[in-house]
Design a protein around this ligand. Sequence first.
Ligand code: EPU
Length: 302
Amino acid sequence: MRIEDPKVVAALPELNVELRRAASLAELTSLAIGGTTDLLRIQKQESIPGLLSLLDSHGVGHRFLGGGSNLLISDGELPWVVVQLASPDPDIVLDGNFADVDAAADLGRTVTYCAKHDLGGMEGLIGVPGTVGGALRMNAGAYGMQIGSYVREVKLYRAASRRIEILRGEQISFEYRHTSFAPDDMMLAVKLELPSKPYKEILQGIRICNEKRRSSQPLGQKSAGCIFKNPPGASAGRMIDELGLKGLNVGDARVSDRHANFFVNAGKASAQDMLALISDVQGRVRSAFNVELEHEVVIWNG
Ligand code: EPU
């Protein structure tokens, strides 16, 4: 979608919003899949309510983009614009055991920055791509930990109230790859409380998690992490593997040979290829195990 209305275009600089015309979303997602649209980069969080009411009043639909690492976006020209936060400098501020982290901060860098200041707990998240905001929204976790356990406060833009609000940790429910945030809430910042641990000890934990991840996941390839959530008490990856589906493909969309719940873009996969593969695998698992696999990857249809 192109923002055509000159009134909207003229108002953007006053709101500290940078307009990038016809951005390729494939370049902004870890799957390297996605069509084109105008991208609005927000330099100041305070501008968000003004920007969104401007877009609403001119009939310009929008989606919030974080790090693009758990996202499958349709091909072609998209019927909405994309809004993304620019990261401030610094994006992490420490105070004792508390870390105030901007939602646009890189998750892996946050884990290592805190580690260097003897703050641990998040070792399992090393190697999970994306931003802190994205991790927060889906309660990212691995190796027995989840980010929600450390959340004390979240600053967010609530579309329902059209205001920036602060929620205390107790007001948010964090479950397995699920949170109580509304789909149109935009994460802005989080206050984490992390346990004190010597850097060397944290580093040891980070190395172990890195090693496990390297040996079981296709890290160098274009993927969105796990495509499906694990059903209660089972592993989606193991079920898909048991059906002999590693290497199954639709065009360049392929079930990873290394971990069957990772679907990789092995070349120039389209969103259609990837969606067809997802639905094929879902159908086969349904027939064989009578289990309905739920998407973990977020799908933005055009
Ligand atoms: N397995 C297979 N074949 C496969 C994949 C897995 O037999 O192709 C078996 C493994 O051998 C193991 C079991 O299935 O016995 C579980 O596998 P794994 O330890 O790799 O964990 P997972 O349940 O597949 C989950 C998360 C990952 C997270 C790892 C480590 C989900 C959907 N996946 O994977 O998170 O990194 O545990 O904690 O919850 C993600 O969410 O994107 C993600 C990668």
